[in-house]
Design a protein around this ligand. Structure first.
Ligand SMILES: C[S@@+](CC[C@H](N)C(=O)[O-])C[C@H]1O[C@@H](n2cnc3c(N)ncnc32)[C@H](O)[C@@H]1O
Length: 237
């Protein structure tokens, strides 16, 4: 008695050294409507399901990100296999597949994947869709030319980021490239998601497994918002 490990308020499993519980905070707390301690993946799954079910999707910019459109139009990226973690409503996946790319997309939210599946079917397009956690369930066959992600890194707490970057390397071909649209610095820097990143933080994080890291300021994609975002392109080491 008294030595029992705390349990996740969402799955009721105890905290472990490999997967410690985190405090429910910020946007996640608003979506869950409760306080307490939970596993990161339980929070991500439950809060995002709630957001997509309610249609309360604050990151939606109603179309593909302009920086991605520019990369395709200028042929900086050319049709090949793309893995997209966290596609959400799927504007970028739909854009890529409509422009000749072959896309596999994986989202932790079942609701997001079912909504995106219906959209893809209605458009008569073909995207491989997977429900899963990119930190555990992503492909490891090293067959993708590109990883494209928008606003997924910003959902990961600091303790999960190095593992995320390692997972990305297993997805890419040896010549593959990571392309990310990443939330830039805020004052003060947030201590819960959505997190924010300086150029230095991005470079330090990626440089363990990536080289030739280009970080460019890009528009947020939101109407009337000048908030800072980065387009990051990096080659697998
Ligand atoms: C901030 S939203 C961005 C969605 C989309 N990329 C966009 O920009 O519109 C983050 C997305 O990542 C998904 N997600 C969060 N954590 C994840 C994880 N560990 N594995 C896979 N997907 C995850 C969420 O369900 C959500 O769809």
């Amino acid at each position: 008695m008294g030595d029992e490990k705390p349990r996740c308020i969402l799955c009721n499993e105890p905290s472990t050294d490999d997967d410690p519980l985190l405090e429910v905070r910020g946007w996640i707390r608003v979506m869950l409507g409760q306080d307490g301690m939970a596993h990161h993946q339980c929070m991500a799954m439950t809060a995002n399901d709630a957001a997509f079910s309610k249609g309360d999707v604050p990151w939606d910019i109603s179309g593909p990100h302009p920086a991605l459109v520019n990369l395709v139009e200028t042929k900086r990226i050319v049709p090949g296999r793309v893995f997209e973690p966290g596609p959400g409503l799927g504007h970028d996946a739909v854009y890529l597949v409509s422009n000749g790319f072959r896309v596999t997309a994986l989202d932790i939210s079942k609701k997001a994947v079912s909504m995106l599946r219906k959209r893809i079917e209605k458009l008569g397009l073909d995207v491989d869709l997977i429900v899963g956690d990119v930190l555990r369930d992503g492909p490891t066959d090293g067959e993708f030319d590109y990883i494209f992600e928008r606003s997924v890194l910003q959902t990961l707490p600091p303790t999960k980021r190095a593992h995320y970057v390692l997972c990305l390397t297993k997805i890419l071909k040896p010549t593959g490239e990571y392309i990310g649209i990443i939330r830039g610095p805020r004052t003060p820097m947030p201590e819960s998601q959505p997190y924010a990143f300086t150029r230095n933080m991005i470079e330090q994080l990626l440089s363990a497994h990536f080289r030739d890291i280009e970080t460019t300021r890009v528009p947020s994609g939101f109407n009337n918002s000048r908030s800072e975002y980065f387009l990051v392109i990096a080659c697998r080491r």
